[in-house]
Design a protein around this ligand. Structure first.
Ligand code: G3I
Length: 304
């Protein structure tokens, strides 16, 4: 293939990017998006603060725009994210206990129903584990009871039975890290008890503090062996030049080596689109030119 999406498709995978609705009027941005990618994740537009700014009053204009653009251009959509401790609307931040639990369930039901049939996979729960100790992250959702994650998955399954349901997190790439083991044990337990989980998303924001680990492929394979798909959901790699290009290529090779690794999503198109204010972590430079990282990514897809 000559594009990321086409080359990934030849391997039975997708290649996606995070998309911001307010950039869909930027012709350079849209030109690259439509040429290279066949999966999109709304970067912020499906989050709780965006979709339910006031309790039980839903707002879908930005997210619907992204979904419509994707559908018009033959791209699928990863939904992100139904339940998360961050980017909650103010009214939810101030809630607790049964009221918050009920609000979460209503939120998941309403949003997953609105997009029913249009979502390839949902990040049902995002970033629920603590960075240090492998236990649950403290949050208002966690304080509603340890079962909040499985309730979120059961609620999403009831609302949109056709979407793959994922748990998504960062710093879960290195097999030896406690956080990775914590998530692994949760997924194992969910599969044993029949909690409806279909996939695990590895955000894969690699930088000096959290570098691409040599056991990344092992991690992906070990999760897949639990009976879930694995997806690389928010890939970006700090650095530049040949070192960055090599790491991008290695990530692609690792995904292609794991049969249940369905696809790769990068967290933005140009370096200037990245959530990282400084740095050059993506595949296209600020002018939209292909970087060395792009070429090694494409070559790794084509070599698979
Ligand atoms: O929309 C407002 C705008 O009205 C306001 O003028 C402006 C001023 O700050 O803020 C705008 O909102 C910002 C929003 O991005 C849209 O640009 C928020 O402040 C900013 O916090 C938000 O950042 C997002 C971040 O998640 C929030 O946690 C990033 O774009 C987004 O890339 C990032 O994505 C996360 C994933 O969802 C989960 N995994 C980690 C990843 C990177 O942090």
């Amino acid at each position: 293939g000559t594009t990321l999406g086409a080359s990934a498709a030849e391997q039975g995978r997708y290649f996606g990017t995070a998309v911001a609705a307010n950039k869909l009027s930027d012709s350079t941005y849209v030109g690259i998006l439509n040429r290279e990618f066949n999966m999109v994740t709304p970067e912020n537009e499906m989050k709780w603060d965006a979709t339910e700014p006031s309790q039980n009053q839903f707002s879908y204009s930005s997210s619907d725009r992204i979904v419509a653009h994707a559908q018009a251009n033959g791209m699928r959509v990863r939904g992100h994210a139904l339940a998360w401790h961050s980017q909650q609307p103010g009214w939810a931040q101030n809630m607790s206990g049964t009221a918050l639990r009920n609000a979460m369930v209503n939120h998941i039901t309403q949003v997953a129903t609105h997009f029913k049939g249009k979502i390839y996979s949902w990040d049902v729960v995002n970033e629920a584990f603590d960075d240090g100790n492998g236990g649950r992250r403290d949050s208002n959702l966690q304080r509603t009871g340890n079962d909040w994650i499985e309730v979120a998955f059961r609620t999403a399954r009831a609302a949109d039975p056709g979407a793959k349901l994922c748990y998504n997190d960062y710093n879960t790439d290195n097999w030896t890290w406690a956080k990775t083991q914590g998530v692994y044990n949760m997924v194992k337990d969910f599969k044993a008890r029949g909690v409806p989980i279909d996939c695990v998303g590895f955000q894969s924001h690699f930088n000096n503090g959290s570098p691409y680990p040599s056991n990344y492929r092992t991690t992906l394979q070990n999760f897949a062996d639990l009976g879930v798909d694995v997806q690389i959901t928010e890939l970006d790699i700090e650095g530049s030049g040949s070192a960055q290009a090599t790491t991008y290529g290695n990530v692609v090779k690792d995904c292609l080596a794991v049969a249940r690794c369905n696809g790769i999503t990068v967290w933005g198109i140009r370096d200037s689109d990245s959530w990282r204010a400084s740095g050059t972590p993506l595949l296209f430079d600020g002018s939209g030119n292909k970087k060395a990282a792009y070429t090694s990514t494409l070559n790794a897809l084509n070599a698979g």
